[in-house]
Write a protein that binds this ligand. Structure first.
Ligand SMILES: NC(=O)c1ccc[n+]([C@@H]2O[C@H](COP(=O)([O-])OP(=O)(O)OC[C@H]3O[C@@H](n4cnc5c(N)ncnc54)[C@H](O)[C@@H]3O)[C@@H](O)[C@H]2O)c1
Length: 272
């Protein structure tokens, strides 16, 4: 569906970004795998078609390293059609009642810098090429872009802010560039936390593994896969100009139906 296109994905050395790289290559796109950890990016690239993949180091908080990665992508592949701002960190549910003001201040600066400034700077480094190609941006959002308690206040604020960025860019870059998002739910990945709180070697997959019950009893579709590969379909559809050429400013919620939760039970059909 995406033959002869080029896609740049941030945070593609692991988790959802890596699954998106694999899926977009399977759909015929060339992919720049951008990550702060070049070893991770290279490892993912090594498992994919070497003609179609370019592993690159960039810290999304740093505009210079992003521009360097974008320049390298254009040098290798010639165009840029799809950009997926995706690199992120989690706050491990650290609540306002658990941290003191200094700790909150440090965590806010680090999480917002990666999750929100990173999305802003990724768009700044790429929009000119997307205007030229009439391309599109697809942001990774979260259930935390809509609801409380998918993290602490800082993660929730960062993902709500990303939702605002998506809408604002959909306006600013129309009519040349479409801007959409996929709000994903829980996935077993390496999603880590801020180093300022000593959470940078944690993995969200370990937190899910500690749950007492299998699956996800909190969402209507309890049994959905938490493999990031199963969240990639909406991105492919939104990237395709033939399938989604009339869609901008839209979010697809790929979260097992959180908005359809009931008060008494998450799913009304457990006895069916
Ligand atoms: N895993 C979940 O349950 C879940 C749920 C909802 C939303 N998300 C979102 O999905 C996205 C991808 O996360 P994931 O779960 O695949 O995590 P992951 O840790 O497996 O992958 C994220 C990648 O981003 C990279 N990264 C971190 N900081 C960076 C920086 N400053 N510059 C460049 N790269 C950086 C990491 O090295 C890592 O390879 C994030 O935006 C996250 O908020 C994840």
């Amino acid at each position: 569906m995406l033959k002869n296109t080029t896609t740049l994905i941030t945070g593609a050395g692991s988790g959802l970004g890596a699954a998106l790289a694999e899926r977009f290559i399977a759909e015929g796109s060339r992919v720049a795998i951008v990550d702060i950890d070049l070893d991770r990016a290279r490892e993912i690239a090594a498992s994919l078609d070497s003609e179609l993949v370019l592993p690159l180091a960039a810290d999304v908080r740093d505009t210079h390293s992003l521009h360097t990665a974008v320049d390298a992508t254009i040098s290798s592949f010639g165009t840029l059609d799809t950009v997926i701002p995706n690199a992120g960190i989690w706050d491990y549910n650290r609540s306002v009642t658990r941290l003191n003001g200094e700790e909150l201040s440090d965590m806010f600066d680090e999480v917002m810098a990666v999750n929100t400034k990173g999305y802003l700077l990724t768009v700044e480094a790429t929009w000119r090429h997307l205007v030229a190609s009439h391309g599109s941006i697809i942001m990774t959002l979260s259930n935390s872009s809509f609801y409380a308690a998918g993290g602490g206040p800082i993660y929730t604020a960062s993902k709500f802010a990303d939702r605002g960025l998506m809408l604002q860019f959909a306006h600013e870059l129309a009519p040349k560039v479409r801007v959409n998002a996929v709000a994903v739910g829980g996935m077993k990945t390496n999603l880590s936390g801020p180093s300022s709180a000593g959470l940078d070697s944690r993995k969200i997959a370990d937190s899910f593994a500690r749950r007492a019950v299998e699956g996800n009893p909190y969402i209507p579709l309890h049994d959905i896969s938490m493999d990031p590969a199963s969240f990639t379909g909406p991105y492919v559809m939104l990237a395709s100009s033939s399938e989604a050429g009339n869609i901008t400013g839209t979010i697809i919620n790929a979260d097992g139906g959180i908005s359809a939760r009931g008060f008494a039970t998450a799913a009304g059909g457990d006895d069916l």
